[in-house]
Design a protein around this ligand. Structure first.
Ligand code: 6GU
Length: 233
């Protein structure tokens, strides 16, 4: 899988060379290519924005610059890329969204700053038969300064779903939001058995696997009731 990310702050994406995503790249399961949008600017001082038609505050990223960038990047892709545009006004990104992206060999993430990207960019690439579609996605109901932090979230979520990326292949399906029952993952513990007067639930030290499974099911349900009752059936 190849993910191209376009941003005016390419350094913001440097953490993608670390940890799980970095390892996925080193082992060839994922390639992340980061591009500086200003490389496609035709304006003095590499400007990529202009004032909004109709007036109002802030600046809008211009369509011609994005068009040149996206067209050139698409030509370097082996298969039709999916265009992802992080925006607070998009559909909320969740685990099913991430799962649906894993089949794509190429994803291009267009990171906006300022008041966003001229709307015709999204409109145009939806009609292009050499692209696999456009998805405008938000990572939650709050406002960030730009799409870069959201891109980090989306790439990490997708990377751990690529076959062979997780060390223990049994970890992924058990995760919160991947569980068949839709509940949160329950509480977890490790050594020592007592820490600052707090004990590990004794059943977890009992070796009784049926009792442990029952305790974990109850823990998942209790935690979901307390923290995310909206997820209960
Ligand atoms: Cl994807 N972008 C911005 N700028 N703000 C957000 C967001 C994205 N998701 C939530 N807030």
């Amino acid at each position: 899988m190849i993910i191209d990310i376009v941003s005016i702050f390419p350094e913001y994406l440097e953490p993608l060379s670390l940890s799980l995503v970095g390892k996925a790249q080193e082992t060839g399961k994922l390639t992340v290519r980061v591009h500086d949008l200003r490389d496609w600017s035709a304006a003095p001082h590499h400007r990529v924005d202009d004032t909004p038609y109709g007036g109002g505050p802030g600046m809008v990223m211009d369509a011609p610059t994005w068009g040149r960038a996206l067209d050139e990047i698409a030509q370097s892709c082996d298969s039709k890329p999916l265009l992802v545009i992080p925006t607070p006004s998009g559909k909320v990104f969740d685990q099913p969204t991430a799962r649906s992206w894993v089949g794509n060999q190429s994803i291009v993430i267009a990171c906006a700053r300022y008041e966003g990207i001229d709307s015709r960019v999204s409109q145009h690439y939806q009609t292009r038969s050499d692209w696999a579609g456009v998805q405008e996605v938000s990572i939650g109901n709050y406002v960030l300064a730009g799409g870069e932090a959201a891109a980090l979230v989306m790439v990490e979520t997708v990377a751990r779903l690529i076959p062979g990326v997780l060390g223990n292949p049994e970890s992924a399906p058990d995760d919160t939001f991947s569980r068949a029952d839709g509940l949160l993952e329950g509480s977890v513990y490790t050594k020592p058995p007592t820490w600052r007067d707090l004990e590990v639930p004794p059943v977890l030290l009992s070796g009784n696997h049926q009792a442990i499974d029952q305790w974990r099911a109850a823990s998942a349900e209790e935690k979901t009731r307390n923290l995310r009752p909206d997820l209960l059936p």
